[in-house]
Write a protein that binds this ligand. Structure first.
Ligand code: ATP
Ligand code: MG
Length: 158
């Protein structure tokens, strides 16, 4: 499907904002200007759902989750950032491995299987994008992913 990514992303965030049970504030930095991307909406919805669920799961009460999208030179960059417990530096790369969870005791109490980000990585790679994390223990986590988009000089679609 070809979708306006900004609108698509905004709707997913709306769904989480309406149903969230935690006192976490959402801050959006998303342009109103349409940015058309060809993607498998079901799969990318699953990717974004997992990243937001993680951000909520590891956010403290009263925390903030920031959402951002930038589009530059045919690459869309999406950012989802929380100020939760973070991930120790030596483990940041591994969160995209299958079944990997930072702290077994903590993970068990939080539920889940440790597959969410591994599946997300597969789906982003299948779309020709990249996904990575920046995190500091005790200071929050930011997940970034990119998706390529095609734009001709007139900014129109074929
Ligand atoms: P599942 O997604 O299958 O329900 P999960 O959330 O534990 O389980 P992933 O989404 O793959 O699995 O995340 C892997 C691990 O990375 C998590 O268990 C957690 O330890 C860590 N992690 C992911 N996102 C965050 C975050 N925003 N803050 C802190 N730790 C995180
Ligand atoms: Mg998860």
């Amino acid at each position: 499907d070809i979708v306006d990514f900004n609108k698509f992303f905004d709707r997913i965030i709306d769904r989480f904002e309406m149903s969230k049970s935690k006192n976490v504030e959402f801050q959006r930095h998303i342009s109103d200007i349409p940015c058309y991307v060809e993607l498998d909406t079901d799969k990318i919805t699953q990717v974004i759902d997992n990243i937001i669920s993680n951000a909520l799961k590891y956010s403290p009460d009263g925390g903030n989750i920031r959402f951002g999208v930038t589009a530059q030179e045919g690459i869309l960059k999406v950012m989802i950032s929380d100020d939760g417990m973070g991930i120790p530096k030596e483990n940041v790369e591994r969160i995209f491995d299958r079944f990997y969870r930072v702290d077994r005791a903590r993970a068990r109490s939080m539920g889940g299987t440790g597959l969410g980000l591994a599946i997300s990585r597969e789906m982003i790679h299948a779309h020709g994008g990249k996904i990575w994390a920046e995190s500091e223990e005790g200071n929050g986590t930011t997940i970034f992913f990119t998706l390529p988009y095609e734009l001709d000089e007139a900014g129109e679609w074929d």
